[in-house]
Design a binder for this molecule. Structure first.
Ligand code: G3I
Length: 365
């Protein structure tokens, strides 16, 4: 009897050490706690994805750390609807299938935007600009087709993206949508998305929400639309920030103003650049030569992430999700904005998919 007990205890120890080694090889924190676990009582934590990161170590990291995904590009108008009678659902379908397989929520992004929009949508067969009626019909067909396809699988949509102008003297962004349709395309987009999937939560999504002038315009537009019965049901604050912006005061004021609307809020595209915040693309300068991820840059970033998540937790009754824009420092859209080819390190995981000081700052509370 004694021999058998000792023998089985040794087997158990061997098995446990094997699991430990396997987890360590996978680069997982042995604790197994992911961002989603730390924040389970606050809000879902998501990440933007593309089909190419849905395998290998990146897929493991997504599954262990997050409980929501957003297609970074695959459901945008251009990629998903490249020609009038042609939809390309391959990328979107693979992301949704991955999410359903791994019990992740899916945010749809984005049904109407001035960027990555296919040129055909604004032109007739003679190459002239289409009429308002034709463009609205095309927008309705696009939204109805895409939302219907993912009905019941996508719980939230960024219906309209970035229609508020960054120019102080301009209310709406001067896009082709606005020039051809006037602002009516905005309310129509929400109406058609709601008709296609009444169960989906419909977001207006924008950036530079910490700017008080832009924030006031966003809030005014949302209030006006809702007063007309337009189903703008939630607001996405993209959160493309930097180690030096926003300040705690800016963040606090931003959340207080939006929370006053009593609508669900989400941080939809969070990243924190290690370079001083800039809002316009520009050419490379001599000062861009140092792209090292220095201890000073890492510490400054970790402190900003700590500050941001302290405010996020404070507003947990309004905040219904935080999504990171890109998975790890392996690749970020900030590697090419505001400076083409300037490596940035804006996320919680390094290029080896290991947690950084910023990760520790986010989960230490
Ligand atoms: O897919 C084509 C590829 O076929 C082609 O060879 C290549 C040539 O450059 O371009 C590829 O498309 C690129 C696409 O990303 C997919 O990688 C586009 O050039 C590039 O402009 C596009 O950038 C995306 C950007 O939106 C477009 O404005 C970024 O990945 C994406 O992270 C970024 O995300 C936006 C949000 O959707 C909205 N909020 C702002 C945020 C940052 O701009």
């Amino acid at each position: 009897m004694k021999f058998r007990q000792v023998h089985s205890r040794n087997i158990t120890k061997l098995l446990l050490s094997g699991i430990f080694v396997a987890l360590s090889c996978l680069g997982q924190k042995v604790s197994g706690q992911g961002l989603k676990d730390y924040y389970r009582s606050f809000f879902p934590v998501g990440v933007s994805v593309s089909p190419r990161i849905l395998q290998g170590g990146e897929a493991q990291l997504i599954i262990s750390q997050f409980n929501s995904v957003t297609p970074e590009n695959d459901m945008k108008m251009g990629p998903i609807h490249p020609r009038e009678n042609e939809y390309n659902f391959r990328g979107g379908d693979s992301i949704v299938a991955f999410a359903l397989r791994n019990k992740l929520k899916v945010r749809g992004h984005t049904l109407c935007w001035h960027n990555q929009v296919p040129a055909w949508i604004f032109k007739d067969d003679k190459g002239d600009t289409v009429s308002k009626a034709v463009l609205l019909k095309r927008l309705k067909d696009h939204i109805t087709t895409v939302v219907t396809r993912y009905k019941g699988k996508i719980y939230a949509w960024d219906v309209v993206n970035e229609v508020i102008s960054d120019k102080k003297e301009e209310f709406y962004r001067n896009s082709a949508w606005l020039r051809i349709c006037g602002p009516e395309f905005i309310e129509k987009a929400f109406q058609w998305a709601h008709e296609a999937d009444p169960g989906a939560l419909l977001f207006y999504n924008d950036y530079n929400e910490i700017d008080p002038v832009k924030r006031a315009k966003i809030i005014r537009m949302v209030k006006d639309l809702r007063a007309k019965g337009v189903p703008v049901q939630a607001i996405g604050l993209q959160g493309h920030w930097a180690f030096n912006e926003p300040s705690e005061e800016q963040l606090e004021k931003t959340f207080a103003d939006f929370a006053a609307l009593k609508l669900p809020l989400q941080i939809t595209e969070l990243d924190i650049s290690v370079y001083p915040k800039e809002h316009e693309a520009r050419g490379r300068k001599g000062s861009d030569a140092d792209t090292s991820f220095s201890p000073e840059r890492e510490n400054g970033q970790a402190e900003q992430y700590r500050r941001c998540f302290a405010v996020f937790r404070k507003y947990k009754n309004s905040l219904t999700g935080v999504t990171f824009w890109n998975l790890s420092d392996r690749r970020s859209w900030l590697d090419n904005f505001p400076v083409e080819g300037r490596k940035d390190y804006p996320l919680l995981f390094d290029r080896n998919l290991q947690p950084k000081k910023a990760f520790t700052a986010v989960v230490s509370f």
